[in-house]
Design a protein around this ligand. Structure first.
Ligand SMILES: NC(=O)c1ccc[n+]([C@@H]2O[C@H](COP(=O)([O-])OP(=O)(O)OC[C@H]3O[C@@H](n4cnc5c(N)ncnc54)[C@H](OP(=O)(O)O)[C@@H]3O)[C@@H](O)[C@H]2O)c1
Length: 351
């Protein structure tokens, strides 16, 4: 339905990283342009796309054709390419109130380059939405404080299981309830591999198939080793409990040592082996324990039917019972949709 009551608000965006997610975000913006205007009164204009060596920028809203040719970014001879230009400088020169869209790689040790991009956005009075996890895993409490100091929002649905609404549920739907435990299947690649192992493939075959289908990355170490899942349960726990746990607080065991026989015999018994992320309170209000490990779950577990690339999360609460959400597209498009959702929720009027 057309939003006739409010004029259209133009929001400048700077996108950092133009890989799978950055490109999917562009496609989604193009596809949803009219819908965004009609339903939310928003015109989202990408002012710049930052790469490590410079920015695509010409002073007007960018289209994919300004950035890539044949699907790949082109710089040499491209009038929109500004070597050496920094995202933070563009933000500084633009009025406050825009939004950074962080889609660079997730470095869980340094947080870079996302950390510098996000802090640069805050300094310029811009909001930030992130699909990358690195900056948040390394410094979420500090980033939240900086966002508050600058009166801007930091949202990161895209970094916490993409289209599966983990933070929306934990932060909004469970308002007033006390979270007493969290369990999640938060990584589509490992869930796909374990599902296929249950169906008869051995580990190497399942991994190979996932890579051939583009589900697993050529270097799947972060997924297989459980670190991607660890980053997500850490972020979800810290955000929902307003806590400050660090990655070193998460006990992590990946799926490389899981035997196909174990997965298949579990399946025959109606049970399932999942890479489960668990966040549980310590005794007498002590520190929570966070862990990621392959776990045998029985037929009554709320996540037992989460198969293939699907993900799921289950919150145990004091007053709302157990609340479980499953599904959500697990792909660059799903991550791009989560970024877009966060942007809409920053700018649309409260309801
Ligand atoms: N793919 C998914 O389904 C998915 C889902 C949810 C979240 N995520 C997260 O979203 C992020 C992006 O994922 P992706 O699949 O798009 O990864 P990707 O294809 O590897 O893209 C990352 C991009 O970041 C660029 N980059 C590296 N250093 C940079 C810098 N200093 N400044 C600007 N750009 C820089 C890379 O450029 P070069 O190639 O030139 O180095 C690359 O284009 C990751 O953090 C990932 O964990 C991904």
């Amino acid at each position: 339905m057309e939003n006739k009551s409010a004029p259209v608000k133009t929001v400048p965006l700077v996108v950092t990283g133009f890989g799978n997610v950055g490109r999917a975000f562009f496609s989604l913006l193009r596809e949803k342009r009219e819908d965004l205007k009609c339903r939310y009164g928003l015109a989202l204009d990408v002012l710049a796309v930052a790469q490590a060596e410079g920015c695509f920028y010409y002073g007007g809203p960018l289209e994919v054709r300004h950035i890539s040719r044949g699907g790949e970014p082109w710089t040499s001879g491209n009038p929109s390419w500004r070597a050496g230009m920094k995202a933070a400088d563009i933000i500084k020169e633009t009025r406050p109130g825009g939004c950074l869209v962080e889609c660079t790689l997730s470095n869980l040790e340094t947080g870079e380059p996302g950390l510098s991009y996000i802090t640069g956005a805050f300094q310029g009075g811009w909001h930030a939405v992130a699909a990358s996890k690195g900056a948040l895993v390394v410094g979420l409490p500090d980033l939240k404080a900086r966002a508050a100091e600058n009166g801007v929002f930091l949202k990161f649905s895209g970094a916490t299981a993409a289209a599966l609404p983990t933070l929306d549920v934990g932060l909004f739907s469970l308002a007033g309830a006390r979270i007493e435990g969290i369990q999640g299947i938060l990584n589509g690649t490992t869930n796909y591999i374990l599902t296929r192992m249950g169906e008869g493939l051995d580990y190497a075959e399942a991994l190979q198939e996932a890579q051939t289908k583009g589900i697993a990355e050529p270097d799947p170490a972060q997924d297989i080793g459980g670190w991607d899942t660890a980053g997500k349960i850490l972020l979800i726990t810290n955000a929902c409990l307003d806590a400050a746990y660090a990655l070193k607080d998460v006990q992590v065991c990946g799926i490389a040592g899981v035997s196909a026989d174990f997965v298949r015999s579990a399946r025959k018994e109606g049970r399932s082996v999942k890479l489960l992320a668990t966040s549980a309170p310590g005794r007498k209000g002590g520190r929570w324990s966070l862990d990621v490990r392959p776990s045998l779950i029985d037929a009554t577990h709320p996540l037992v039917h989460v198969n293939g690339t699907e993900k799921g999360i289950s919150f145990l609460t004091d007053s709302m019972g157990t609340v479980t959400v499953t599904g959500g597209r697990s792909s660059p498009r799903g991550a791009a949709a989560a970024l877009l959702k966060d942007i809409i929720n920053i700018y649309r009027p409260p309801f």
